[in-house]
Design a binder for this molecule. Structure first.
Ligand code: FO1
Length: 522
């Protein structure tokens, strides 16, 4: 891993580099030098134009070398089981991001197919000088980036635009708990929790303009489809280039000067439509900033009420953070500015949004093999931790009640709080943070084995939540079911030393009826 900018040869045309992005936030994923040619920002996780360190780094590089910048997003069919609910939300956000980029004269192209193929093909066909990508610790994200870095023959630079403290600097190893990563993060906030420069309006446009880009996007999608032996999903205005690229690749709604035909892209998706889009929370960077504003206006209540689902004191920012419609750094900067008004609440919010989320990133990044398997969750203890031993010892304990995945999914248990939490998730794509813990603990209690409990938690979470498929969600499940980042508690049946939660203590904290009513209102 190196400081990427250092390997770059001198610029083609002399223009003062803005160098807005710390080289410590960037790392080279291969040793290929940056060559003359346009710069490609491969947008994947951080789907916004402003407050995006990866995009800013790509713009820095382009400006320093006097080259144009292009942004590309690769739409991956059936990404990790995502349903219509999540794709719809994501595509509406991308539509806004395309317009934001266009206002800065920065072209956005949509390619379709597995990222490792589309991006590689786009980079080669467009003779790009470097690819800048954002950071993602999830296994498939690592595989995409590593494959592109190994095979594309072009410099690939990764920029952590998600975490305030870049994941590889927050810690160089798997951390044990919030208490071990917290001081490391706080120590580095002075360096990294800084104001963002705004994205500059671009002067140089990609050679050949929109038409050339449209052709490239079609060709790259067709290359990916032919490598897979499939036909690209699509159906808008057959492109000669795509047809000539072969393998039955058809018509690709990839966008050109007139923009991407988003409604057609949404219609052309081949996804699980049994989980419909939600209407109560609007996607996109503008809606994210509006939500930050609404939350900060009532931040005083956060410290006291955040664990009470009947109060609605939480931020509701998690879906925006998941799709990168919002930078946690922007939210932290705005919250910090209000600290004198409500110090406890602001500190509690920074703890949840920065320390806990960045701990989850650390967990997934440094435990690639085991983050979603109980027998792989504690590599630092040779996968023979107190939690794994305790769950094993209690594997054959009698469960007071057993539910199948289908019974759980349809919210038909004897527990009204659990059923309401499940309904909130199924219908709204959201679950209050406190109930997420209770919900997952009960799945451990009511299924035949911890392995099945974890699989059920992850499957339901990823299917219904707007913020599914995120390290934060997987680590939440691992915490509840297998004690990850927690301590051992008093031993009891089924749970062993894993922390237990029960309805009586929960009921005392808030009223189920008013929570159920809140869910029904939305
Ligand atoms: N990222 C992509 O680059 N392409 C996709 O098609 C895509 C779909 C998607 C659907 C649901 C979801 O929750 C996330 C999705 N993402 C997609 C973003 C994803 O979080 C990151 O790209 C990965 O973490 C890996 O980079």
């Amino acid at each position: 891993e190196g400081e990427a900018a250092a390997s770059a040869p001198p610029p083609k045309k002399g223009r003062a580099p803005a160098a807005a992005v710390s080289p410590r936030r960037q790392r080279a994923l291969n040793s290929v030098p940056v060559r003359p040619g346009p710069i490609l920002y491969w947008m994947s996780r951080d789907q916004r134009a402003e407050d995006n360190w990866a995009l800013l780094a790509a713009q820095d590089l382009a400006q320093a070398r006097g080259e144009p910048l292009v942004v590309a997003f690769s739409l991956v069919r059936g990404f990790l089981g995502a349903t219509q609910r999540q794709f719809d939300w994501m595509l509406r956000g991308l539509e806004e991001t395309e317009a934001d980029l266009r206002a800065k004269n920065i072209p956005f192209v949509l390619v379709r197919g597995p990222c490792e193929r589309t991006i590689q093909s786009l980079a080669a066909r467009g003779k790009f000088g470097a690819i800048v990508c954002d950071f993602a610790p999830v296994r498939i994200g690592r595989r995409w980036r590593d494959t592109v870095a190994s095979n594309a023959g072009v410099a690939v630079i990764e920029v952590d635009a998600r975490n305030i403290v870049p994941a590889w600097l927050a810690s160089d190893k798997l951390e044990y708990a919030a208490r071990t990563i917290r001081p490391r993060i706080h120590r580095q906030l002075g360096e990294f929790l800084t104001e963002f420069p705004s994205l500059a309006k671009q002067e140089d446009f990609f050679p050949g303009g929109w038409d050339a880009l449209q052709r490239l996007a079609s060709e790259a999608s067709a290359d990916a489809a032919s490598a897979e032996g499939t036909t690209v999903q699509g159906g808008v205005g057959a492109s000669a280039a795509a047809a000539s690229a072969g393998a039955g690749a058809e018509a690709l709604p990839c966008g050109a000067g007139a923009g991407i035909p988003w409604p057609e892209v949404r219609r052309s998706l081949d996804v699980d439509a049994t989980v419909p889009p939600v209407a109560w929370l609007a996607p996109g960077p503008a809606a994210a900033m509006a939500q930050v504003g609404r939350f900060l206006a009532r931040i005083r209540a956060y410290g006291k009420d955040r664990n009470d689902p009947s109060k609605g004191a939480t931020s509701l920012l998690s879906p925006y953070l998941h799709f990168g419609h919002l930078s946690s750094q922007r939210a932290a900067l705005l919250a910090r500015a209000q600290r004198s008004k409500a110090p406890e609440s602001v500190d509690g919010f920074i703890e949840e949004m920065v320390v806990r989320r960045e701990l989850a990133e650390n967990y997934v990044f440094y435990n690639q093999d085991g983050y979603d398997r109980i027998d792989g969750m504690y590599p630092q203890f040779g996968n023979d931790s107190w939690a794994q031993r305790s769950l094993r010892e209690h594997a054959s304990d009698k469960r007071s009640v057993l539910y199948t995945r289908e019974e759980l999914e349809s919210g038909k248990t004897h527990d009204p709080l659990w059923n309401a939490a499940q309904a909130e998730m199924v219908h709204l794509g959201h679950m209050h943070g406190f109930n997420r813990m209770y919900w997952a603990k009960k799945i451990l209690e009511w299924t035949p084995s911890p392995e099945e409990a974890l699989a059920t938690c992850i499957a339901l979470n990823d299917k219904y939540q707007l913020d599914g498929r995120d390290p934060n969600g997987w680590v939440g499940c691992a915490w509840a079911v297998a004690g990850v980042h927690d301590n051992g508690w008093k031993e009891r049946p089924v749970f062993g030393k894993i922390r237990y939660m029960n309805l009586t203590s929960t009921i005392r904290k808030f009223s189920i009826d008013s929570y159920v009513a809140r869910v029904a209102q939305r």
